[in-house]
Design a protein around this ligand. Structure first.
Ligand code: GLC
Length: 533
């Protein structure tokens, strides 16, 4: 087991940590097969450390048929040969810790791959067997009709026949996502025990935290009743309350918190809890998870009133439940912020301002790979789309998953792969070189340099206790669409969200995402941190 020696045991490190999300298949390809891997990640660890972040969240690299790009896990305690070996992971963990970076891994407890040995055993064992009890196998109402009317998040029915064509096995199994991702039955205590072993396996290795996939959906309403609302929303399982936010799920996180609390240095749980602020905050009560992403915020357009309203809601929830929100503007499931905020130069300015904003708020923050390079969402050619949601539901998340450009060299992948022979697993646009790490390094005004500067300043403000995680946030909108978040007593985060330059409140401008106008006004689509006098 390795410990992050250079980091020290500071308890509560996660409360203001900035974590860089790595989607390994698109980060860097070490072995030249066109798919990113652990070797590529290890090679570029110094790049991540130089950003000034505190750690890395790595999305799944465990063995998987890759139907949902690794979120269909067939062995929770291994490494898929596509990404490398367990020895490489152990080396990576040591190297990251040596650079002062903590490592957070993804755990996918709602469903596994249909290739998982326990699901295969359940299929073979037949109706009524204990093996089937690990999953949701049910008889259909009539021939050809699933047990209830639930829809899959990826489109179509959430049920598939266990044994299509069999006259004796009339059962269906539940899959909230694709048919290749059967849902575990969390009402069976054996499932909880199984996952406790999985968590221990990685925690014993020394990983610093676990990101819990679809954390609010593990329990389904008792008796699996029909739902009145069958509309499918991107991962927004709230459209079916029968599969979302059931009270019993909190006991899982209490158990996992007791487990992580037994480890030193401190390990964390961060939840993908895709719920409204007041419901999501209940997952970070003191005896549950440490963090839950503020999803209500992730989805906002460039709209001061909406940011202030959601910020205020998150703050109210924090006051009731204790933990500050965990901020993010992007991840591998969401349209890149440059594009969401209008695209082009304007989108770039806004995305940069948005990043400065969330990094100025109390609580942990996550940066998705490529956000520091202003990567826009890509219109991936139809034939190249790999997201199962595209085939089943007509929505593609591929645009946020295009491989990272490292160099300006037009070698087919802009330095993502070492060899120009291998096509990257998703095609990269011809313009990608201008977004590359190399291009950003050469330009002192680039967002890459800006992110480094922002994180350096954030670190100093934390050290001086001007930023503390417990700071209150007060949100308001002033003239010309100037969004203000008053953080604690000393700092204002200001964002010009209207179309006119804005006069800033009194104080010293510590950092701005764009130069102020000659009159000292904050230009539209930019943000600033202000130290109040
Ligand atoms: C989470 C992941 C997403 C995946 C889904 C099913 O929302 O972030 O990528 O498709 O879970 O596992």
């Amino acid at each position: 087991m390795t410990t992050p020696a250079t980091l020290g045991p500071r308890s509560g490190w996660w409360q203001d940590a900035v974590i860089y999300q790595v989607y390994p298949r698109s980060f860097a390809d070490g072995d030249g097969d066109g798919v990113g891997d652990l070797a590529g990640l290890q090679e570029h660890l110094p790049y991540i450390a130089a950003l000034g972040v505190n750690g890395i969240w790595i999305t799944p690299f465990q063995p998987s048929p890759q139907i949902d790009q690794g979120y269909d896990v067939s062995d929770y305690c291994g490494v898929d040969p596509l990404f490398g070996t367990m020895e490489q992971f152990d080396d990576l963990l040591d190297a990251a810790h040596g650079l002062g970076l903590r490592i957070i891994l993804d755990v996918v407890p709602n469903h596994c791959s249909s290739e998982h040995p326990l699901f295969q055993a359940a299929l073979a064992a037949g109706p009524g067997s204990p093996e089937r009890g690990m999953f949701h196998f049910e008889d259909g109402h009539n021939a050809g009709t699933p047990p209830n009317n639930w829809q899959s998040v990826f489109g179509g029915a959430a049920w598939s026949r266990a044994n299509p064509g069999s006259d004796t096995d009339r059962q269906w199994y539940l899959h909230l996502f694709s048919p290749e991702q059967p849902d575990w039955n969390w009402r069976n205590p054996a499932v909880g025990d199984y996952f406790e072993d999985v968590l221990r396996f990685w925690l014993d290795k020394g990983v610093d935290g676990l990101r819990i996939d679809v954390a609010h959906a593990l329990f389904k309403a008792e008796g699996l009743p029909d739902t009145a609302s069958t509309g499918t929303v991107v991962n927004g399982l709230r459209s079916n309350p029968q599969v979302s936010d059931q009270e019993e799920v909190h006991e899982v996180y209490r158990r996992w918190r007791r487990l992580t609390d037994a480890y030193t240095p401190e390990r964390i749980l961060v939840g993908e809890v895709n719920l409204e602020p007041d419901r999501a905050a209940r997952y970070t009560r003191p005896d549950e998870m440490h963090q839950a992403f503020a999803f209500a915020f992730v989805k906002l357009d460039w709209d001061a009133a909406a940011w202030a309203a959601v910020g205020t809601e998150l703050e109210a929830a924090r006051r009731v439940h204790g933990a500050p929100p965990t901020w993010a503007l992007e991840n591998h499931d969401i349209t890149r912020s440059v594009t969401r905020f209008g695209g082009g130069e304007r989108g770039v300015s806004r995305a940069r301002a948005g990043l400065l904003t969330i990094l100025g708020l109390p609580g942990g923050a996550y940066i998705y790979q490529g956000q520091e390079l202003n990567l826009p969402d890509v219109e991936v050619p139809l034939g190249a789309r790999a997201d199962p949601m595209w085939a089943r539901g007509g929505v593609s998340r591929d645009g946020a998953r295009v491989p990272l450009p490292w160099t300006t060299v037009p070698d087919g992948s802009y330095g993502f792969s070492p060899s120009s022979d291998a096509d990257p697993w998703l095609p990269v646009p011809a313009s990608w070189g201008t977004h590359s790490v190399e291009a950003h390094r050469q330009d002192p005004q680039s967002t890459l340099h800006f992110v480094r500067e922002t994180l350096r300043l954030r670190g100093q403000l934390i050290e001086k206790e001007i930023f503390t995680p417990g700071d209150a946030c007060e949100w308001r909108v002033e003239e010309n669409g100037l969004l203000i978040c008053a953080r604690g007593n000393q700092v204002l985060v200001a964002v010009a969200m209207g179309d006119k330059p804005c006069r800033l409140p009194a104080g010293d401008v510590l950092l701005a995402s764009a130069p102020l106008t000659p009159e000292g006004l904050l230009p539209p689509d930019s943000a600033a941190w202000i130290l109040q006098s």
